[in-house]
Design a protein around this ligand. Structure first.
Ligand SMILES: Cc1ncc(COP(=O)(O)O)c(C=O)c1O
Length: 370
């Protein structure tokens, strides 16, 4: 059996006609940027995420960078985040000229250890950037409490968390602003690049709109430094069609995760820990396992494709060497990085495929014991 890591062709087939009809309308009108589709998506995805304002942008990295710029974060400032994430979480901070400051992760959820944040706050700290990694939200109530006491901005990195919930509230409505990615493989993905910003802060929303379009509110009047961070109409067509299916797709992802959890329960792996107050949307289904690299190769030989998210923690990346971190600085992050493995996960995954993946993990472990 072949189990790809994601299967976009399967998702596309039933949506094809509707997407093409939308493309045709856009191309007939030649309104290619910031038209009806982007505007409707902005309204609908903000509403879905429980936020008052939505701004479509070019990608998730731009989303985070634009938010930070709108908050006035820049050279000399510090932003607290985690080293266990995709590079873009810290890259967005660095692109503003500010410095990322890392804290370790919680050993159960593998998300920002909120109890370590306060100890990292200095007079230069401007913001905290929690990452809702894999599709589960960070413990936001205590984090917002810290931010409030120290007058810091909170930027949710919700790039992997479309529709994830914390105490019944959605990612995107939990901090001062949130950045989403519509990278093709995300729970809500474009057919190219795309991103989104949600916020309940009207003043911030105004600045964000301007920064994504060269610092301009009125054409050719550039009142602040911005850049080209716009979302295009063709991507917005795809996203509007897919957004209607996102709730049901997230339900399916959760069902697949449950099946994985049950079938893997007798094996020597650690399955994801979902906190009771959360609704995890399993952008990635990540286990911890002994002999990770050997298992990954074995699975590949059996037609099962997996990933490692992520193999090198950010504090040990060459591009971050100037920050002065060293091996051993974030022990939980480093330990988790060494044995995580992302199993195939997408809404269209079939029960038989999940069963086969687990059978292959069991076969590997049985072979390894003898
Ligand atoms: C946690 C996280 N942050 C930021 C990003 C950046 O998003 P994009 O690739 O759309 O720039 C991603 C996407 O890959 C991500 O997974």
């Amino acid at each position: 059996m072949n189990v790809p890591f994601v299967d976009l062709k399967k998702q596309y087939a039933p949506l094809k006609q509707e997407i093409f009809a939308g493309f045709e309308k856009v191309l007939d009108s030649m309104q290619l940027f910031l038209g009806e589709n982007v505007q409707t998506l902005e309204k609908d995805f903000a509403q879905y995420s429980g936020a008052a304002y939505g701004i479509g942008v070019s990608d998730g990295t731009a989303a985070l960078q634009i938010i930070l710029r709108a908050m006035g974060v820049g050279p000399g400032d510090e932003v607290i985040t985690v080293a266990h994430t995709f590079i873009a979480s810290a890259e967005a901070i660095m692109l503003t000229g500010a410095k990322p400051v890392f804290v370790d992760i919680d050993p159960n959820t593998w998300l920002m250890d909120v109890s370590q944040v306060e100890g990292k706050i200095t007079s230069n700290t401007k913001a905290i950037l929690p990452v809702h990694l894999y599709g589960q939200t960070v413990d936001m109530d205590p984090l917002m409490d810290i931010a409030k006491r120290h007058k810091l901005w909170v930027v949710e990195d919700a790039c992997q968390a479309h529709g994830a919930e914390y105490k019944g509230r959605k990612a995107g409505s939990l901090g001062d602003a949130a950045g989403f990615s519509f990278y093709f493989s995300k729970n809500l993905g474009a057919y190219g690049e795309g991103g989104f910003i949600s916020t309940n802060n009207e003043d911030l929303a105004k600045k964000i709109r301007m920064i994504r379009d060269h610092g301009s509110g009125v054409r050719y009047h550039h009142d602040m430094l911005g850049f080209n961070g716009r979302l295009d109409e063709l991507q917005a067509v795809v996203l509007r069609v897919k957004l209607k299916h996102l709730p049901e797709w997230n339900v399916l992802r959760r069902a697949h995760a449950k099946q994985y959890n049950q079938l893997l329960s007798g094996l020597k792996v650690t399955t994801p820990f979902e906190k009771s107050e959360n609704s995890h949307v399993y952008h990635l289904y990540v286990i911890r396992t002994e002999n990770r690299d050997e298992l990954q190769n074995f699975l590949k030989s059996k037609g099962v494709f997996t990933g490692i998210h992520y193999p090198i923690p950010l504090h040990l990346q060459n591009s971050m060497a100037y920050l002065g971190y060293k091996k051993g600085d974030f022990p939980v992050t480093e330990e988790v990085t060494s044995d995580i493995l992302s199993l195939p996960m997408y809404a269209d995954l079939e029960e038989e495929q999940v069963k086969y993946v687990v059978e292959m993990v069991a076969e590997f472990q049985a072979g390894n014991k003898s």
